[in-house]
Design a protein around this ligand. Sequence first.
Ligand SMILES: Cc1ncc(COP(=O)(O)O)c(C=O)c1O
Length: 389
Amino acid sequence: MKKSTELIRNKDFYNEIAGKKVRTINPPLYNGSTVLFDSYEDLTAAIAGRYKGIAYGTDRLPSQRGFEEGLRCLESGYITRAFPSGINAIINTLLTYTKSGDHILICENVYGPTAHFCKKVLNKYNVGVDFLPGALNADIKSHIKDNTKVIYLESPGSNTFEIHDIPAITAIARKKKVITMLDNTWATPLYLKPLEMGIDISIQSVSKYISGHSDLLLGAVTVNEQYSKEFLKFYRTMENFASPHDCALALRGLKTLHVRLKHHEQSALTIAKHLQTVDVVDTVIHPALPEHPQHHLWQRDFSGSTGLFAFTFKEQYLEEQLAIFINTLELFGIGFSWGGYKSLITAGRYQRSGSPLSGKTVIRLNIGLEDTNDLLTDLEQSFTALVKY
Ligand SMILES: Cc1ncc(COP(=O)(O)O)c(C=O)c1O
């Protein structure tokens, strides 16, 4: 037999060495499109839809299934499925439960591409979309129409960090048979349990805290029992598929999430409190600070805070002054996304009318895992450069 044939024929040659099974602490990473059947009988069972095993890579290999099950437990859900990115998870979930003629309510402060999808695609397919401003509560009742199918929330809201009154909203939604979805990326299931508060579907951008290392794009959706059938039907039809490698990294991330979040939380709070004492800073926007307008809701519903928050300046600085402030930072990278070990900064003029932040420059910080005092020193030298300019 040729070496090339031998190489192909030899199966599992690293799973057992000298008669001993290889038992790494972490599960093996399964990659694959083809999954071999043991026999012709298994093949025919798969063709007939009776096969209980994994028939093909798109059935989700053990690496995907392991991650999904880990997250499902944390979210207290009925099923969890992984998607190629957070925004892909959001889009597919909205598509699952809407059809032409339906109407959805969505908070205005959602992640930008979520709003963009609703405006550009749902509207195009005749799904009515109403954006509701600010922190939502029981008043949402007056916006529910006969054809309202979904209420979509993100708490805290992207960039502006408003907290919604989730139990008040879910109580009304349940009565009116409206499905509730929440983007739970900021708190993760460790600091907020949406399904236990009556939310039907919790969505994660796993690219953020769960993976924690800014080295992958992945999303996940956890659904309660009531809406799981409809979800699975659509999921199978759409053939969405997350990479096994990314799922293996995400499963690894889940195991250290609690330790990393504690550091993000403490460091971000220390820095947020320090920023409140800085002369040029106007408002520090962080739900765990007592001054935050919905602090009482955060205190009631969340069991912790994480590393992403924002602040504004008292003065409206020129672009070149903002550039001095941001470019002088040495430890903060300038870049999108968040939840990883490296501290990051972004800045932008807040555009939405009717908000107290309207027209102001909002500086968003992702506090990573560096030493807190080093980050404070870095911010200090940038404030000094800004004031000197
Ligand atoms: C709140 C929130 N949800 C979802 C997403 C989308 O996640 P992904 O980058 O994995 O597509 C982001 C990305 O920044 C986000 O901030």
